[in-house]
Design a protein around this ligand. Structure first.
Ligand SMILES: [Zn+2]
Length: 276
């Protein structure tokens, strides 16, 4: 009997130690970051008590928003019913104040028709970002949609013509109008509108598991809604459409409605430009 108990105890210890290394996480643990994870297939994952979708392979993703608190908890329920809780610590980021001047009156004080348009745009964008597909492109490595000087960063507090606005959620790459941009990973186009009120020519690409890329201020779109795209495939041209003062690409990364920092999933721009 004692032997039997010690056998059970030993196998319990074995399975426990095997499990202790079963949660793999990859990413920067700071505000605005996208984190990729892997657990044994068929495990359940909960972030702060809310279920996170897990792929058949055991891969999953989640994000820490701009104002994410320092303490988070990842709970994994393994297929054998055992549970592991992993506390996560998130570093706070300092956001700078960004003053943007020279925005036109038409954009600063939109007339009722324009406001109605902006509202309709917002609805369309939210619907596209709610896409919940099983595409696994999100678990691959991303590339920059275009290279160039970074003229705006994620999270900065925007002041438009002296009036405080919402924070800037994308990364801006300044290049001339007409410069082609490519899809940063495989995906499906969930939105392609040439003239949204604030974001101008706009494309949203679904990469799976709630993660999407938004490309703003485009001058020309090469893609249509529903179209599949491959990583590196040209999808549009840079422009200066919507609320802008000059031509640039504004690339945004979303986990459902949560806005994340696209630079958290691509190599540093300087290192990419050096290689060219
Ligand atoms: Zn921008």
């Amino acid at each position: 009997m004692t032997r039997y108990i010690s056998f059970i105890f030993a196998s319990f210890l074995l399975s426990f130690s095997a499990l202790a290394n079963s949660i793999h996480l990859q990413g920067k643990f700071e505000q605005g970051s996208l984190i990729k994870g892997n657990v044994p297939p068929q495990s359940q994952v909960l972030l702060n008590g809310k279920p996170v979708q897990v792929a058949k392979s055991g891969d999953f993703v989640f994000g820490f928003e701009r104002e994410a608190k320092p303490e988070h908890e990842l709970k994994v329920i393994y297929p054998n019913g055992l549970t592991e809780i992993k506390p996560l610590k998130v570093t706070a980021k300092k956001y700078k104040i960004d003053r943007v001047n020279g925005i036109s009156k038409k954009i600063m004080k939109p007339d009722p028709k324009a406001l109605a348009r902006a509202k309709k745009d917002g609805k369309q964008v939210r619907a596209a970002r709610n896409t919940e597909s099983q595409q696994t492109a999100i678990f691959t490595d991303f590339i920059w949609p275009v290279t160039g000087r970074i003229s705006g960063v994620y999270g900065s507090q925007r002041v438009y013509n002296g009036k405080p606005g919402r924070p800037h959620y994308g990364v801006d790459v300044a290049r001339n109008t007409g410069t082609p941009i490519v899809s940063p990973a495989d995906g499906v186009i969930t939105l392609a509108v040439p003239d949204m009120f604030y974001s101008g020519g706009t494309v949203i690409i679904d990469h799976g598991f709630g993660v999407s890329s938004s490309m703003l201020h485009l001058s020309k779109l090469y893609v249509k809604q529903g179209q599949k795209v491959k990583q590196g495939e040209p999808i549009a041209e840079i422009g200066a459409t919507g609320r802008v003062t000059g031509p640039h690409l504004d690339w945004r990364l979303n986990w459902f409605q949560m806005r994340l920092d696209p630079t958290s999933i691509v190599p540093d721009m300087k290192s990419v430009m050096k290689k060219k």
